[in-house]
Design a protein. Structure first.
Length: 428
């Protein structure tokens, strides 16, 4: 149909690749890995993001087929089930270092989380949109804000990294209430996500919001006001949170009202300079970004520790940084789980590493490059400090790690063994 053809022409590149592969997960993976290889990229580390809907709402049989084929596309093995696929993926030359799955609070219950752990999933992107109950109700979210808090608690207690999708400029909110909800989001221990995707509201033809906009009952912020709002939000982001995106990758011909600039983050950062504020999120400070944009490299690197309470647990954010230049080289998220942790592997005095990441350009798995920061021992030093805190301060007898399937051998070298979906080490 002509309308279908029009829509296809304006889809984002990821969707277009999926359509060309007829949504076959095996072909999508093989084609993309091959394409990146031809472009000169190292492809021995791969991260999957399963996006474009609520994956966990699909039938279990289809989900298993999809995940099995992602792993098989890397290993070249034809598996009969997810468990077999994950086992072969561990030994693949192209290693799966993580899987991210987009979901909703009502598809983030214990059974969903256990399924995602079995898939090798390490990070969740949870659609929140607003912290206000009236807004959740008016926009037909289909779940409460309390359900958001519960999903964050369950997810972090299972070891997942939690990235929230938030949507400023929804109807009946207004600028000041929008700012207030982000203060609440970052300061209230019931929220405090590890990451954020900021998606200002877009008016798209065929939606209920389009009808409100068309009849004058909804009006988007002006471009300048939106830049101001994003600048104010970015100034609130704590140093342990990463802002992954600041706008949706939806082509302008599909948008009737909303974001008018394709470089909203850039404009907001420029506005922050005028305001005398700064963004100190993980992405802004990471060493690769600093090197590319500001041509600066870290000089005096030291271990920094930040502790905070979130979602019923005690969180420690460890990092190697150059504090003088505010450059981040590597980070580790350590959690002392709450007593309500539902996974048997994490009960009874167990702490968990929810993320270990060293930044900078990618260094192949078995290589070293003295000019780069990966494979220089920062990861191992962060793990040693995490073990010390877990043993001496948490009083934990074990430390678990939620590890990408392809990075399990890295932890085996440090004395960790596979226990369920986690890599676990006895601390005594």
């Amino acid at each position: 149909l002509p309308t279908h053809q029009f829509y296809r022409q304006h889809l984002c590149p990821t969707s277009m690749r999926a359509i060309r592969a007829r949504y076959d997960p095996y072909l999508q993976t093989r084609h993309r890995v091959e394409q990146l290889k031809q472009l000169g990229h190292s492809v021995d580390k791969v991260e999957f993001i399963v996006m474009g809907g609520t994956f966990m709402a699909l039938p279990e049989e289809y989900r298993d087929y999809f995940i099995r084929n992602l792993h098989d596309a890397l290993s070249g093995h034809t598996s009969n089930n997810v468990t077999e696929a994950v086992r072969y993926s561990e030994r693949s030359n192209t290693k799966c270092v993580g899987i991210t799955i987009e979901t909703r609070p009502d598809y983030c219950l214990k059974r969903h989380l256990s399924d995602m752990l079995a898939y090798g999933c390490t990070r969740l992107e949870i659609g929140v949109q607003s912290v206000y109950e009236d807004v959740a109700r008016d926009t037909n979210r289909g779940h409460t804000v309390r359900a958001v808090c519960e999903s964050f608690h369950l997810s972090k207690d299972a070891g997942f990294k939690v990235v929230a999708h938030m949507m400023p400029d929804l109807p009946n909110v207004g600028m000041e209430r929008d700012v207030e909800q982000f203060i609440e989001f970052f300061e209230n221990p019931a929220f405090r996500p590890d990451g954020l995707k900021l998606y200002p509201t877009l008016v798209i033809r065929g939606t209920g919001l389009y009808e409100l906009w068309k009849t004058g009952r909804y009006k988007s912020y002006s471009p300048s006001a939106l830049v101001d709002l994003v600048a104010r939000i970015l100034a609130l982001v704590p140093p342990w949170t990463r802002v992954y995106r600041v706008q949706r990758d939806i082509p302008m011909p599909l948008v009737s009202s909303g974001v008018e600039h394709g470089n909203l983050r850039e404009l907001a950062l420029a506005r922050m300079k005028d305001m005398g504020t700064e963004c100190r999120d993980v992405r802004t400070r990471e060493v690769g970004i600093q090197e590319i944009h500001h041509k600066v490299r870290p000089y005096q690197v030291e271990l920094i520790r930040r502790d905070y309470v979130a979602n019923g647990g005690w969180e420690t954010f460890l990092s190697y940084e150059d504090p003088e230049q505010d450059i981040l080289i590597g980070l580790l998220r350590l959690r002392r789980c709450s007593p309500q942790s539902f996974r048997p592997e994490l009960k009874g005095g167990v702490s968990i590493v929810r993320e270990l990441h060293v930044y900078g350009s990618v260094v192949p798995v078995s290589s070293r490059d003295p000019s780069k920061f990966q494979h220089q021992g920062f990861g191992m030093m962060l793990m040693e400090e995490a073990e010390r805190i877990a043993r001496d301060e948490h009083g934990s007898s074990k430390l678990a790690v939620i590890s990408g399937v392809g990075t399990r051998n890295y932890y085996r070298k440090m004395g960790y063994e596979l226990e369920g979906p986690y890599m676990v080490k006895n601390l005594y």
